[in-house]
Every structure is written in C-alpha cells, then in structure tokens.
Ligand binder design. Structure first.
Ligand code: MG
Length: 184
C-alpha cells in the first residue's frame, strides 16, 4: 500500500486551515424493511425527524440516510475519511446510534479545518411516506444540528416513479452537496 493511501485510511492526513471555498458531495442508501416484529426495520428517521411508517431502515446505526449523506459531504469537502471509516458498522458502539453524533463529528472537523458551512442542498428519494409535510421540520432540524440559518439548508423530496427498489418502497436514498466557506 502506498503512503498516501495509508494516510487516508488511517486518518493521518495533515491538519490545519484549508483554503475556501470547498465543495463536498455525499450519497447514501438504506434498505427499508418491515418493522419489528415482522422484520429488522428500525424507526424511520429522516434528518432527525421520525416518520410513522410500516417500514424502516435496516441499519447498524439509526439509519438516517439524509444525515449520513450530509455527513459524508462535509467530510468529503475537507478530504477526511468517510462516515463508514470513522464509524464502522461492526463497532458495537455504533449500534442504533443517533446519526446526529456522526454529523456533529463532521461539523467539528470542518471547524478544525478553519472553515464554515456556507450552504447545504440535499435531495431525499423516497416513494413513501410523503416528505412534503415534514420538509420544513427537517430543514430546521438539520440547520440546528449544523449551526447554520434555516435558509442555508435546502431539502428536496422526490419519488422514484415506482421503479426499482426505491420506487417499490424497499429503500431510501439521499444526496447532499455542501459548500464550505472561510470562517467569518
Ligand atoms: Mg448510511
């Protein structure tokens, strides 16, 4: 293994202030399974907001795909290891863990890099339940976790037109882009 690969995987990349702006992208998907006792689905949580639904994510952590995508976008923007490297799914400490913890660690690392969050734009792809009625709540919740104004977070909801796993209600997908700017 070459040195630069080792550095990345072992999280030993050089630290210090970074030049702004920097862009980051994150994506995540979780299977949606019937909830217990019928299946292994957990409660469906999207952006820290809990939805009433007969299915939920099969996941090691709480399975919040939106927070996972935003976490990876933040970490990606500063060239840090991704969420799976920082919080392995075979670590018992991460079992059922609130994904707000993962996001908080990414925010801490952004700050350590001398940067601030400019804005976040995210899309949740989900056949059902409908995201629309809770979109404002998710937006406010995520902005609070990130420590930014609500207008600096945008959440879009899309269906998958009833095709493939997401469209058949068997998975949830989230995409996120972030822009990091110089700290004011
Ligand atoms: Mg995930």
């Amino acid at each position: 293994m070459t040195d630069h690969v080792t550095d990345h995987v072992t999280d030993q990349a050089p630290r210090g202030p970074m030049r702004a702006p920097r862009i980051g992208h994150g994506w995540d998907l979780h299977r949606l399974e019937p909830k217990a006792p019928a299946g292994e689905g957990r409660a469906l949580v999207i952006g820290g907001v809990t939805f009433e639904h007969d299915r939920g994510p099969a996941s090691h952590s709480d399975g919040d795909a939106l927070l996972h995508a935003i976490t990876d976008a933040l970490l990606g923007a500063i060239g840090e290891p991704d969420i799976g490297q920082l919080f392995p799914d075979n670590d018992p400490e991460n079992d059922g863990r609130d994904s707000a913890d993962f996001l908080a660690e990414a925010v801490r690392r952004v700050s350590a890099a001398g940067l601030a969050i400019g804005n976040v734009d995210a899309t949740v792809v989900l056949q059902r339940p409908k995201l629309g009625p809770r979109k404002a709540a998710i937006r406010e919740r995520v902005a609070g976790m990130l420590g930014v104004a609500t207008r600096d977070v945008n959440i879009k909801g899309k269906t998958h037109e009833r095709v493939d796993a997401v469209g058949e209600g068997r998975a949830i997908e989230a995409h996120a882009c972030v822009l990091l700017v110089a700290r004011p």
